[in-house]
Design a protein around this ligand. Structure first.
Ligand code: LLP
Length: 421
């Protein structure tokens, strides 16, 4: 096997002695490959974020809800958030106790809310009308409310979830209305939470938002926890030397803030964060095979099997993912070229990596799409009746195990009802 362009996976020792061209041949492509050592390390990075003693990391399972993945996160001692009954179901299956699950819902039916209440999962509501609904369903119960701290952040406008332009959360000015509904249904507000958006690389907006949230917290006496949300970024431009988030600096600021709050209020509240991407992105790559190389009107296209049914982030948010190149043969790439790497979906927008300058890519090469573990498989689909990819895990000892089978044709028709009975 030849490493044509493999800087990042080499640095990380991602494959731990496994040959990606062989993995691609054995399991077929596209293939999601996870590295357990890196996943566990990311869990530990965040568990050690602050020295403040009452601190819980809830992994945000929407980023990646693979069962084996959740089992590892559980083993690392993290708790989880959930966004739907389906996520609650997966998390219970993975071994999380109901009290280790925090259901942060948005515009849900009575049926969904009741599901969480009946399972004993703490629920956060994010509007006055949903607080009313909660009160009707579970009078006298314990609940959390998601507030908008007024500051948002994120890599794209579609993922900014606080500030003035978002559907999420209750505005800070509505504290009195919240109190009135709590009183009406004899509810106990045991937690408040926020999530300002997804992917910040410096902690300024986050620390600012925490300060606002703490001001809101001072207005409620029964709080047991304050959840500061997720959004911790990872560097997607690693091969260009983009630096990681400075966790040490962020942790130091946060620690000071949390300890000052405890001192000022005399309350030893539990603080939580709920990162998805930081835990899951960097421990996964997608292996893909190049099936065609062509030139259209002077532009070179490399055609592979990672369409946007496999990885939606580039088409959805113009997201960047590094791409590496492995080759089974010894044939050399003599030059660099600027190419667009595209998938096999019938839309012109199906571009995985636009105008990249890389060593010449040849048919049959194995491409390796970096940082694919967050919102990768979780957002994949059967569009064009394509089969969702298999997932394998490189265990800490280097052994490779299958953790999800590729879809088969039966998955495409599983819930369909033919008229030809
Ligand atoms: N908490 C709540 C309430 C959230 O809505 C989210 C993400 C998180 C935590 C975790 O955020 P993270 O730490 O992963 O940034 N599909 C987009 C990201 C959408 C994020 C949705 N909410 C992407 O691929 O970039």
């Amino acid at each position: 096997m030849q490493k044509v362009y493999t800087k990042v996976t080499d640095q990380l020792d991602f494959f731990q002695g496994n040959d990606p061209t062989k993995l691609a041949a054995e399991y077929g492509t596209p293939l999601y490959v996870y590295n357990e050592r890196i996943l566990r390390q990311r869990c530990r990075d965040l568990k050690g974020l602050v020295t403040y003693p009452h601190f819980v990391v809830d992994y945000s399972a929407k980023a990646n809800s693979n069962l084996a993945f959740l089992e590892i996160v559980k083993e690392e001692g993290l708790e989880v958030d959930a966004m739907s009954p389906g996520e609650i179901h997966m998390e219970l299956l993975a071994g999380f106790a109901p009290k280790e699950i925090f259901y942060i819902c948005n515009n849900v039916s009575e049926e969904e809310m009741r599901f969480a209440i009946e399972k004993g999962v703490i629920t956060s509501v994010d509007s006055l009308s949903q607080l009313e609904q909660y009160g009707r369903l579970n009078p006298g119960g314990e609940v959390a409310v998601r507030f908008n701290p007024g500051v948002g952040a994120g890599h794209h406008e579609k993922v900014v979830t606080a500030g003035k332009k978002t559907k999420f959360a209750v505005d800070a000015e509505k504290v009195d209305d919240v109190k009135a509904i709590l009183k009406k249904y004899n509810l106990k507000l045991i937690g408040i939470n926020q999530h300002i958006g997804s992917l910040f690389m410096d902690g300024k907006a986050f620390t600012q938002s925490v300060a606002s949230l703490l001001e809101i917290a001072k207005q409620f006496d029964d709080l047991q926890f304050i959840d500061m949300g997720g959004g911790f970024g990872i560097p997607y431009h690693k091969e260009d030397g983009e630096a990681p988030l400075d966790l040490e600096d962020l942790g130091k600021h946060l620690d000071e803030t949390l300890k000052a709050f405890a001192k000022e209020t005399g309350r030893e509240i539990t603080f939580r964060i709920e990162p998805g991407r930081y835990i899951s992105a960097e421990c996964s790559v997608i292996l893909s095979q190049v099936h065609a190389v062509k030139e259209n009107h002077g532009k070179k296209f490399v055609g592979c099997d990672v369409g946007f049914n496999v990885l939606q982030r580039p088409i959805m948010y113009d997201s960047y993912h590094g791409v590496e190149i492995f080759r089974a043969s010894e044939e050399k790439s003599e030059k660099e070229e600027t190419v667009s790497i595209v998938g096999n979906i019938c839309e012109s927008g199906d571009i995985l990596a636009k105008d990249r300058t890389l060593p010449e890519i040849k048919e049959g090469d194995t491409l390796c799409v970096l940082d694919a573990g967050a919102y990768g498989h979780a957002m994949s689909s059967n569009y064009n009746c394509r089969l969702r990819p298999a997932e394998v895990l490189i265990r800490e000892n280097g052994e490779v195990v299958l953790i999800r089978e590729r879809d088969d044709f039966a998955d495409l028709t599983r819930h369909q009802i033919s008229l030809k009975k």
